[in-house]
Design a protein around this ligand. Structure first.
Ligand code: ADP
Length: 422
C-alpha cells in the first residue's frame, strides 16, 4: 500500500504511543525502528520511523530525522509528522525546534504547529502553558527528569531559543471557536512571519479542530494525540478508504519479564506495586559502573521462565541525583541502559518472549539489543501503550514499550493479562 502519512518520533515509546493511537482507527500501521537501510517495501498507509534522538547532539538529531524524512518520502508519504513527548521533553538546545525547522526546510513548509497535548493522559495546554494533570509542567515530577528536567512550562519560551524563526500562539479561545477561526489565526500569524505556532488544547475536541485545520500542512508537530483524528479526516477527504484491518495478534510463548529504567513518578508507583507480586532485582548504577551486570545476570538465571519478574533501576529523585553526581548524567544513564539491554538479551536466550519495558530511552536500548527493526501494532493496554510484535532470531517477541508516566499503578500486571485475553 502506498504510504500517505509519514511520522518521525524522537524515541521508541513515543513512536509506539503514536502507532497505538493511529491503530485505533483500524488502519494498519508500520513502525520502523531506526531509519531502514533498505528501500521501502511492505509499506502501510501509516508509516512511523522511531529514532532515539531526544537527547542526541543537535546535528545528529537533524541528520537522522532528515534521513527518515527521505525514506518516508520514498515510501510515498505526502503528509509528515514530527512526534515528541507530551511533556515537551527537550534540552535547552533542542531537539524539538531544530528538527522541526530542518524538516520544514526540506519540505518547503513556511509554518507548522506545536501541540504536545494528550488530554486522556492529563497533558493539556492553555495560553501556551503545558500542564500535567492540574500542575504546571515545571511544578510536575518532570522537573526532576534524569535527562530532560523541565523547569519551565511555557512552550513559547521553551521553543524560542531552539529555533531561528518567529514563535507565536493560537490560544484556546481561537481553537474553541472552530476550524475556520483557527485557520484564520494561522493565516494572520503567517502574515506576521510566524513560522512556529504553539497551539492550545485541553480536550480531544480541541485536537480534532487543530488536526482538521492543519491536515494539509506538509508538516505537523506534536504529541501522539494530535495525530489521532487524522485517519478519520483523511477518510472524509477521500485520501484513504475506510479501515477494515484489525490489530496484530500473533501467538507468543509465555516467558515473561519487566525491565524498568524509567525513574518517572508513575513508573516509581508501578514498580513499587509490582515488587509486591513479582520476584525482583534492583540495579544500582554505581555498582554497575564498577562491576557490570554480572550479579543481575546470575539472579536472572535462577528465575522461573513464566513467573512474574522485574529488574529495575527505577529510583527516587535523590538517589538518581546521587548516581549522576558520582558518574555524570550521561554515564549514569548509559550504564543502566547497557545493563538492561544485556539482561534483555539474556532473558531472550533463556526463552523469555514477553517483555514489558518502562522508559523511552530504556526501550530503545532493549529493542536495539534484541536486533528488532520492525514492529506490528497490537491491542492497546493503556492510552498510548499498545502491545507490539517483532521478530528476534526468527522468534516472535511481544513488547510493551511504556514511556515513563504512562499507564496506571497496575500497568505491569494489566499488560500481561491483556496479552492472555487476546
Ligand atoms: P522515561 O520514559 O521515564 O523518561 P527513560 O528510559 O527515557 O525513562 O529515561 C530514564 C533515564 O534514566 C535512562 O537513561 C536510564 O538509564 C536512567 N536511569 C535509570 N535509573 C537510574 C538511576 N537509578 N540513576 C541514574 N539514572 C538512571
Amino acid at each position: 500500500m502506498t504510504t500517505l502519512f509519514g511520522a518521525i518520533a524522537d524515541d521508541f515509546t513515543g513512536a509506539t504511543d503514536l502507532a497505538g493511537l493511529i491503530a485505533r482507527s483500524g488502519h494498519p500501521v508500520n513502525l520502523r525502528l531506526g531509519v531502514p537501510d533498505r528501500p521501502p517495501t511492505d509499506t502501510a498507509a501509516f508509516e512511523i520511523v522511531a529514532l532515539k534522538c531526544r537527547t542526541a547532539p543537535v546535528e545528529e538529531a537533524v541528520a537522522d530525522t532528515v534521513a527518515a524524512l527521505d525514506w518516508l518520502k520514498r515510501a510515498g508519504a505526502s503528509r509528515f509528522y514530527w512526534k515528541y513527548c507530551s511533556t515537551f521533553d527537550s534540552t535547552a538546545k533542542g531537539n524539538i525546534g531544530p528538527v522541526a525547522e530542518a524538516l520544514m526546510q526540506a519540505l518547503g513548509a513556511t509554518q507548522t504547529v506545536y501541540c504536545p497535548a494528550f488530554p486522556e493522559n492529563g497533558r493539556s495546554i492553555f495560553m501556551g502553558n503545558l500542564f500535567v494533570g492540574e500542575q504546571l509542567l515545571s511544578e510536575s515530577p518532570m522537573k526532576d527528569h534524569p535527562l530532560t528536567p523541565m523547569r519551565d512550562a511555557n512552550l513559547m519560551r521553551l521553543l524560542s531559543p531552539q529555533v531561528a524563526g518567529k514563535v507565536g500562539l493560537a490560544n484556546r479561545l481561537t481553537v474553541a471557536a472552530g476550524v475556520d477561526a483557527l485557520k484564520a489565526r494561522l493565516a494572520t500569524l503567517k502574515l506576521d512571519g510566524v513560522a512556529h505556532v504553539v497551539t492550545d488544547a485541553v480536550a480531544n475536541d480541541d485536537l480534532s479542530v487543530i488536526a482538521e485545520a492543519c491536515m494539509d500542512m506538509p508538516l505537523m508537530t506534536g504529541g501522539s494525540a494530535l495525530a489521532m483524528p487524522l485517519p478519520g479526516l483523511y477518510e472524509k477527504a477521500g485520501l484513504l478508504s475506510r479501515a477494515s484491518a484489525h490489530a496484530a495478534r500473533p501467538e507468543v510463548d509465555a516467558g515473561m519479564i519487566v525491565l524498568s529504567g524509567s525513574c518517572s513518578a508513575m513508573t516509581r508507583k508501578q514498580v513499587a506495586r509490582y515488587v509486591e507480586k513479582a520476584a525482583s532485582f534492583r540495579l544500582d548504577p554505581l555498582a554497575l559502573a564498577e562491576a557490570g551486570p554480572g550479579e543481575a545476570l546470575d539472579w536472572l538465571s535462577g528465575q522461573v521462565l513464566d513467573r512474574p519478574k522485574l529488574i529495575y533501576a527505577t529510583a527516587e529523585p535523590d538517589a538518581v541525583r546521587k548516581a549522576q553526581e558520582a558518574l555524570g548524567v550521561d554515564r549514569a544513564g548509559t550504564v543502566v541502559e547497557e545493563a538492561l539491554a544485556a539482561l534483555a538479551r539474556e532473558a531472550f536466550s533463556r526463552g523469555v518472549r514477553r517483555f514489558v519495558v518502562a522508559g523511552g530511552e530504556t526501550s530503545g536500548a532493549v529493542v536495539k539489543a534484541l536486533g528488532i527493526d520492525r514492529l506490528a501494532i497490537g491491542a492497546e493496554i493503556a492510552p498510548g501503550v499498545p502491545w507490539t510484535y517483532g521478530t528476534c532470531e526468527g522468534q516472535t517477541v511481544a513488547l510493551a514499550l511504556k514511556s515513563g508516566n504512562f499507564g496506571d499503578e497496575d500497568f505491569f500486571e494489566t499488560a500481561f493479562r491483556r496479552l492472555e485475553e487476546q
